[in-house]
Design a protein around this ligand. Structure first.
Ligand code: HEM
Length: 720
């Protein structure tokens, strides 16, 4: 099994990259952020058939970067800094609708944790990858400019020398210029509406002439040029009169006598050059910006872990999800081990599989958990044990320190709410002097030249007011009236000093503030049992053989009760409940996601799947025994018959136990316990009685569920 060699190089969670990482990798499926939806598939745009969002995102990044000046800083050093927001009009070098559309999409993902400039960069990754191109390494940490950069986006009519000078100013030499233009112009095309002299109206379908004939990020832009078959309007420009003036791709590609463009005609060369040069393009940032290391997906990532003070302050609910990367491995079981607030090991928490999500190259399974902790012991950190279907268990300890969680200040989501646009936030605070604040990151409309509107971020902070004391906590409250779009769209935190519960989302708050008193949700899954995983089963050889019941009303708790005398139970196909003390060797650990059928009696719970068992272990189970009786030796499981093979006195009763039968037989040579509640004594054992396998005597004593009392016509025999 390969777990990826880069695990130790991963950042420790939480980190500044976290929100960016999620937008980058959680693209579709469970917990999708949906960032790539606008560029999937490659040729798509919701704006119409003459538009292509993927190419527009790549062009937007280039035009944002193109004002970079590696030699100076006036008015800004430029690079990818989202200054394009201020450069749309009226200066005329950013022609067309592409920029506004792209930036409007990015604005939906813009928060205090991910800048517009980072999103412009990430757009290149998503667009190129969606079109089948390489995964461009993505770093974060770009800072948004607040003013326009210098003029300087290359225009088709410029001279070769001007192009060279412009790219030098951006930090790229001649062959890098050729690479960057070819890598940009492999997707999309020229619009007649924007450049009528290059694409005369009516000369191309929808007046949109593609650079080549494929909506794919491929080397065709170069190979078609070299072979003389190109349809690139910036080479063969459909208006003959303009061709020599505005054939900018010809001017760029031929500047080194076709050396670079010929190399790029090779698909492997094209892919590796584009990965490198587009990576450099998006990493062109002002010198004051420090970019992160290339963002890699976490192997294990907590998703919105939350502590919530419960009714009476006696307990704290710890809930959230664990995301596990499953790109190279299949995950069977995820379990949390946590430390209490003093750092001592405090116990384990089961999780249950809730869904699978995907990025371009990665898949992730999500596991939810919810556990009531005592507010005295509470929690300070946790580690995550991931068991893969290979049987291997890996403990993820967040580079050694565990995943931290602080109980000193916590947002009380059930007590907080949004009503009529007003946010009321309630925080539970312990062990901290001084009142906390509610700090908001507000998205305000940002109007720019040309009549476009994007967003700027403002901050507000409101002191919180102390209310009731509950257990070791004091509740604090603050309210803030949000306007218009802000109500469902604001990030906020409750904070005091260095303690904070941050990046909370108004969209997840309830519309009524509930008093602290509502009963706490119960733990999932079943208390007293630990989930073992999803196991294969088949009708020919069952995983568990000792007990079986089925019904449309099956629930996990019901099967647990039915199998309470056994160490394990498993539920299959939504309705079949099996018990056993050992699992057949033929039953193997399967992917967590294969147990996906709702229980017949409670669709919110999972009850296995087709030939798949959700298996639980009874942690309180004590193995059944044949107890020692003073003066007697245990002889095993023997046959009896209605004629009785122990022919002395006999008794029966619902309080039957092995010692009570021994007492009843009062010193006789033999006694036997049978069929749960029967007791037989004898001075001799009939020669007809035959010893049987121990498994034949499989019924618990009526008076003691942890000891065996025979079966039908079988007794557990004791001899003096
Ligand atoms: C000499 C430099 C360049 C010139 C003169 C140039 C010029 C143009 C022109 C005139 C268009 C047509 C725009 C429209 O009609 O909407 C265009 C489109 C495009 N350019 Fe460039 N470009 C240059 C460099 C680059 C670079 C370096 C990239 C990215 C790495 C790039 C990416 C794109 C893309 C993706 C499109 C297609 C946009 C769409 O389909 O809407 N360009 N370019």
């Amino acid at each position: 099994m390969s777990l990826g060699v880069h695990i130790t190089a991963l950042p420790t969670w939480p980190a500044a990259i976290d929100e960016f990482e999620e937008i980058m990798y959680q693209l579709v499926g469970y917990k999708k952020r949906g960032f790539a939806e606008e560029v999937t598939p490659c040729g798509f745009s919701r704006e119409g058939l003459d538009r292509m969002a993927s190419s527009e995102w790549i062009r937007t990044a280039f035009h944002d970067m193109a004002t970079a000046n590696v030699f100076g800083t006036s008015p800004t050093p430029g690079g990818i800094d989202a200054s394009i927001m201020f450069e749309l009009d009226p200066r005329g070098e950013n022609t067309g609708k592409a920029f506004n559309t792209s930036l409007t999409t990015y604005n939906n993902f813009f928060t205090s944790r991910v800048s517009m400039a980072d999103l412009i960069a990430l757009g290149v990754f998503a667009a190129v990858r969606s079109c089948g191109g390489p995964a461009i390494p993505m770093k974060t940490g770009r800072i948004d400019a607040s003013v326009a950069g210098s003029i300087g986006v290359p225009q088709p009519g410029n001279s070769p020398l001007t192009f060279q000078g412009q790219f030098q100013r951006m930090g790229f030499n001649q062959s890098e210029m050729i690479e960057m233009v070819a890598c940009g112009h492999t997707v999309g095309g020229v619009h007649g509406s924007n450049f009528p002299d290059v694409v005369p109206p009516g000369s191309a379908p929808f007046d949109f002439q593609r650079f080549d004939n494929t909506d794919v990020f491929d080397s065709k832009i170069a190979s078609d040029f070299v072979s003389g078959t190109t349809v690139d309007p910036l080479v063969v420009g459909l208006s003959a009169g303009q061709r020599v003036l505005k054939n900018s791709d010809t001017k760029v590609f031929t500047i080194d006598n076709n050396v670079t463009i010929t190399r790029l005609a090779n698909p492997a060369q094209f892919e590796s050059s584009c990965k490198r040069i587009l990576g450099r393009m998006v990493d062109t940032v002002p010198p004051t910006v420090t970019l992160s290391a290339p963002v890699e997906p976490y192997e294990v990532k907590p998703i919105k872990p939350q502590l919530t003070l419960q009714d009476g302050g006696v307990s704290i609910l710890f809930s959230g999800e664990i995301r596990v990367r499953t790109t190279n491995n299949t995950v069977a079981v995820v379990q949390i081990s946590y430390n209490d607030r003093t750092g001592g090991s405090a116990g384990t928490i089961s999780t249950k599989y809730v869904g699978t999500g995907r990025g371009f190259d990665d898949t992730f399974d999500f596991f939810s958990f919810s556990k009531n902790l005592s507010s005295t012991g509470s929690i300070s950190s946790y580690t995550v044990d991931v068991t893969y279907t290979s049987g291997l268990t890996v403990t993820y300890d967040n580079n050694g320190s565990g995943y931290p969680i602080r109980d000193t200040i916590m947002l009380q989501t059930p007590q907080s709410c949004i009503v009529g646009g007003t946010l009321t936030a309630v925080a539970a605070v312990r062990g901290i002097s001084g009142a906390p604040i509610l700090a908001l990151s507000l998205k305000n409309p940002l109007s720019v030249a040309g009549g476009y509107t994007f967003s700027s971020l403002g901050t507000e902070s409101v002191p919180m007011t102390a209310g009731s004391t509950i257990g070791p906590y004091i509740l604090y409250t603050a309210s803030y009236a949000l306007t218009g779009d802000q109500a469902p769209n604001t990030k906020f935190e409750v904070a005091t000093g260095s303690s904070t519960d941050s990046f909370k989302d108004t969209s997840t708050l309830p519309t009524t503030c509930k008093p602290l008193g509502a009963s706490p949700p119960s733990d999932t899954p079943t208390p007293g049992y630990t989930y073992q995983g999803c196991f294969t089963d088949d009708a020919g050889s069952r995983a568990f053989n000792s007990g079986y019941i089925a019904g449309a009303d099956t629930i996990v708790e019901g099967c647990a009760a039915f199998c309470s005398n056994f160490q394990f139970f498993g539920i299959e196909y939504g309705a079949e409940c099996y018990c056993g003390n050992t699992r057949a060797a033929s039953s193997l650990l399967a992917a967590a996601s294969e147990c996906n059928m709702p229980c017949g009696g409670d669709p919110s719970e999972i009850c296995g799947g087709s030939n798949r068992l959700s298996v639980y272990k009874n942690e309180e189970y004590a193995p059944m025994i044949n107890p020692d009786v003073a003066g007697y030796s245990y002889e095993g499981c023997w046959t009896d018959s209605p004629t009785r093979y122990l022919s002395g006195s006999a008794t029966a009763g619902d309080s039957m136990t092995v010692p009570s039968c021994a007492g009843f037989c009062d010193g006789s040579n033999y006694f036997g316990v049978e069929y749960s509640r029967e007791c037989y004594c004898g001075s001799t054992l009939s020669a007809e009685s035959v010893k049987q396998p121990e498994t034949d005597c499989n019924i618990a004593c009526a008076g003691n569920g942890t000891t065996w009392c025979g079966a039908g016509n079988r007794f557990n025999l004791y001899k003096k």
